[in-house]
Design a protein around this ligand. Structure first.
Ligand code: ADP
Length: 608
């Protein structure tokens, strides 16, 4: 989509404001341009250059007649009330014209402010909505920091550059055009001369601005890179510190910081050239004009008053020209930012686009994987290679295996965070790609290793995704998750805010909050990624019993690390490098004395 059509899409809902804004701009232009010819009789009276007319000229709708009548009216006033009063009238007239001009000018900026912030608000909202529905895969391959900088930096840049310039780009050409028309009436020769000079100036300035867009893109990209590094380093600070890698990350950040600084300086140098350059060129034009103007006066082609009005007209094009060229620069910068926002907006969601239409509201028989293979876009080897499994309703299937074996990948395929490359996953015999995505996801509850809690109250964290739950239901779920007791002990109970300034919860407590969330959601299929981090014995027991309650009456796929869960599972799949290498229940697998038996042996050895 081009910049103009994108802008229009966002301006359209606020058409009323936009129309008022355009009208105010027109009003301002009319008053500005009117102030120029109004000046001529004023100056002529002042210099005593004009003869008083005594005969009323015939009235007609042409410029000559209007002008003659205006002079006649002025002559009458001078004759009846004297020069002084005429001058006072002219002064009042000029004040009125400038009042009108500035009133409209204020109104146009006053309507632009809400218009601009509405557009940016909508853009930001759309971007957010789009981003959160993008597939998980998008976020692992593109950097989070970069995305954040698009939200903050680029959207802001669109507001500052594009939207600010749009007004300037419409208003200023009108002002310049109006002034040029008046100049043309005053003196076609001088006007032609001015236009040529302005053309040359414009060409020079335009040349600089062409490179600005490219450089702006580079600056924003450098900023994105820097934000990514901050995000990575702070997110992984625990690891950074554990490995004593503070200097390493600081050096890496230093490089990115330097790169940002360098590109920014390059951009600013070029941008800062525009003001001084255009002022210098403008003054050059004025001096040439003054020289030729005086020659014309001496030749008797125009009088001083007319020439002064012409110079005034010319001066009244300088400010708009400056603003226009600034706006043009800005627009180049803004376009680069808009491109970066659009890039995210245009990322299609393959999972949603291919989504099926069949509704589903329950798991009747089983969830099956048939010969499923899957490879990440950026990986060389498949993460899953010909995996088959059956998860009958009400049963528990446990996945065990070394880290990197493909367990999480397998779990991610069920809610379609990714789609299989080959083979199929079916729910009661229907390929999940034929089901409505929202229906499918509504069947699935996920408790993952990384406990995700939001900076909000405990209650809000539990009802997440089940907003209609009553307090009684929330409490019931918390009790089942062994969380009620510690929540009640918090300063504000369920209303306690979790986060820096609120409750400090232990790892086990945080896990139990997510378990309460899953219990409250009450989804028939549970995907559990058991946390590996060691909990103290007491916590472990509480979490484990909550886990069992959660699995009760549900169909569960568990990435199991705890002995208790593994032993209770109806079937255990042992995975290695994307393949299922052993399967059976605990007793059978132990007896077999293969990989599973070794894993269990290792785990028991770890335990005190
Ligand atoms: P597990 O859960 O058993 O530890 P995973 O399913 O996380 O294993 O990983 C399986 C394989 O896929 C590993 O080789 C891992 O490096 C790779 N992998 C996991 N996530 C991604 C990703 N987002 N992009 C590329 N490769 C990935």
């Amino acid at each position: 989509m081009s910049l103009a059509s994108t802008l229009w899409k966002y301006v359209k809902p606020h058409k009323g404001l936009a129309i008022i804004n355009v009208l105010c701009n027109l009003g301002m232009v009319v008053f500005s341009v009117a102030s120029i010819p109004a000046l001529i009789p004023f100056l002529q009276i002042l210099f005593g250059l004009e003869e008083l007319t005594t005969e009323a000229p015939p009235l007609a709708w042409n410029l000559g007649s209007l002008k003659a009548n205006f002079y006649f009216w002025l002559s009458e006033i001078i004759r009846t009330e004297g020069y002084n009063n005429a001058l006072i009238y002219m002064c009042l007239g000029i004040i009125l014209v400038f009042f009108g001009k500035n009133l409209f000018r204020y109104l146009s900026t006053a309507t632009m402010a809400p218009l601009r912030s509405n557009v940016v608000r909508d853009l930001r909202q759309d971007l957010f909505k789009h981003v959160v529905q993008l597939p998980i895969g998008y976020f692992s391959s593109s950097k989070r920091g970069d995305l954040i900088s698009r939200f903050t930096g680029d959207v802001q840049e669109v507001e500052n550059s594009v939207l600010n310039s749009v007004q300037a780009l419409i208003q200023n050409p009108l002002l310049i055009f109006g002034a040029l028309i008046v100049m043309l009436f005053i003196s076609p020769k001088l006007t032609l001369f001015t236009i040529v000079l302005l053309g040359v100036t414009g060409f020079i300035i335009g040349g600089i601005s062409r490179r600005l867009k490219k450089q702006s893109g580079e600056v924003q990209a450098a900023l994105g890179d820097m934000t990514s590094q901050i995000d990575e380093a702070i997110g992984g600070l625990r690891v950074v510190k554990a490995f004593g890698a503070e200097d390493y990350v600081a050096d890496r950040f230093g490089e990115s910081n330097k790169n940002y600084r360098d590109t920014l300086v390059k951009l600013l140098r070029r941008r800062d050239l525009s003001g001084p350059l255009s002022e210098f060129l403008g003054i050059g034009v004025v001096t040439v004009l003054i020289y030729f103007g005086f020659q014309q006066i001496q030749a008797g082609a125009i009088d001083v008053a007319v020439f002064l009005a012409f110079i005034y007209a010319f001066f009244s094009t300088i400010q708009p020209s400056k603003q226009f060229s600034n706006a043009f620069y800005s627009l180049q910068r803004g376009r680069a930012a808009m491109d970066r926002v659009q890039e995210v907006m245009n990322t299609a969601n393959p999972v949603v686009d291919a989504s099926g239409t069949q509704s589903v509201d329950a798991l009747q028989r089983e969830l099956t994987f048939e010969n499923v293979s899957f490879q990440y876009d950026n990986a060389d080897v498949p993460a899953l290679d010909g995996v088959s499994l059956s998860l009958p309703v009400g049963k528990v299937v446990a996945l065990v295996g070394a880290s990197g074996a493909g367990k999480s990948t397998l779990a991610d395929l069920i809610p379609r965070f990714y789609d299989v490359d080959s083979g199929s996953i079916s729910l009661d015999g229907t390929d999940i790609r034929k089901l409505k995505l929202i229906d499918l996801r509504n069947l699935i509850g996920v408790v993952s290793q990384d406990v995700v809690l939001f900076h909000d109250t405990i209650r809000a964290n539990i009802v997440f995704g089940a907003e209609n739950a009553t307090d009684a239901q929330v409490e019931e779920a918390s009790r089942l998750a062994n969380a009620h007791d510690f929540i009640s002990e918090q300063p504000q109970g369920y209303a306690t805010v979790i986060g820096d300034r609120g409750a400090r919860l232990s790892g086990g407590q945080r896990q139990r909050i997510t378990l309460a969330r899953a219990i409250l959601q009450n989804r028939p299929i549970m995907i559990l990624d058991e946390a590996t981090s060691a909990l103290d014995a007491e916590s472990e027991k509480l979490v484990q019993s909550a886990l069992f309650r959660l699995m009760e009456g549900r169909t569960s796929l568990v990435i199991a690390h705890r002995m208790a869960t593994i032993q209770e599972a109806d079937e255990i799949l042992v995975m290695e490098r994307g393949k299922v290498i052993e399967r059976g229940d605990h007793a059978t697998l132990l007896e077999k004395g293969g990989t599973y038996a070794r894993l269990i042996e290792l785990q028991s050895a770890d335990r005190p």
